[in-house]
Design a protein around this ligand. Structure first.
Ligand SMILES: Nc1ncnc2c1ncn2[C@@H]1O[C@H](COP(=O)(O)OP(=O)(O)OP(=O)(O)O)[C@@H](O)[C@H]1O
Ligand SMILES: [Mg+2]
Length: 157
């Protein structure tokens, strides 16, 4: 009712164009409706910000082995490719149980080998260690007689 009175007053008394008055009213109406709808999201935005904080702190955590950083003097070329695991014992940081217990392996240059064993026996762990996704603190892993720690990680992978 008040809308109708205001419309008539604007057109008859003020001599405004009816379409302009209607358009400006619709514009105001939709602006306030949109504002009202957006207002409902405000608590979710602050909740999302709160939840994102621990996620980003994990992403931003500096890696112990940053492959983007070139290590001065590290080996960038593999000459022959002789791989040796010497008495390697390893457990994942989140578990105490040993996955490899004094593990030894010798792979001659240019040899193609297969790691065979039941699920969970440590096949992927062996490759994870060779590519330095994890570091074994006990024993040594060597390529052409050099510890894999001497190789540039980017080239190694
Ligand atoms: N990131 C990890 N953190 C903790 N434990 C892990 C992790 N990855 C593997 N493990 C555990 O280490 C053991 C060896 O796992 P691994 O993936 O090396 O086995 P696998 O021989 O490759 O098995 P599959 O044949 O199923 O691929 C398993 O007991 C597994 O649950
Ligand atoms: Mg596997």
């Amino acid at each position: 009712m008040s809308f109708w009175i205001a419309l008539r007053l604007s057109v008859e008394k003020l001599g405004l164009d009816i379409f302009r008055v209607l358009a400006s009213n619709l514009l105001l109406y939709f602006s306030f409706v949109s504002l009202g709808n957006t207002g409902g999201f405000v608590p979710s935005i602050s909740k999302a910000k709160e939840s994102a904080h621990p996620v980003f702190s994990i992403i931003d955590e500096p890696s112990l082995l940053d492959i983007r950083k070139k290590q001065a003097g590290s080996i960038t070329q593999i000459e022959q490719g002789i791989i040796q695991f010497k008495d390697v014992s390893f457990n994942y940081p989140t578990r105490d149980q040993l996955v490899l217990d004094s593990f030894n392996m010798f792979v001659p240059a240019s040899a193609k080998i297969a790691l065979v064993g039941h699920s969970g026996c440590g096949k992927s762990t062996i490759t994870n260690l060779l590519l330095r996704f994890y570091d074994a603190e006990i024993g040594g892993i060597y390529i052409d007689g050099h510890s894999i720690a001497d190789y540039d990680v980017h080239s190694l992978r």
